[in-house]
Write a protein that binds this ligand. Structure first.
Ligand code: FES
Length: 71
């Protein structure tokens, strides 16, 4: 079986939510697994539930993921 990775996962990984220690790759995996709203990501990974400074960045990752699905 060939597992096709999203082009988004080819990007270098980095910490997006320092409060909850959530990496970029975890957010991409969650989006690909169906958590494609900020609320769903927050419920699943806890992003944005601490200081909230990562909210804009998570929204940007969501936008990028949705754009890449459309292409
Ligand atoms: S960095 Fe995500 S809640 Fe603080």
């Amino acid at each position: 079986m060939v597992i096709k990775k999203s082009p988004l996962q080819a990007k270098p990984d980095y910490l997006i939510c320092t409060c909850m220690e959530v990496m970029y790759s975890q957010i991409i995996e969650a989006i690909e697994d169906g958590s494609d709203t900020f609320q769903a990501l927050s419920d699943r990974l806890g992003v944005g539930t601490g200081c909230s400074s990562c909210v804009e960045e998570v929204m940007e990752v969501l936008r990028e993921a949705k754009e890449s699905k459309c292409n």
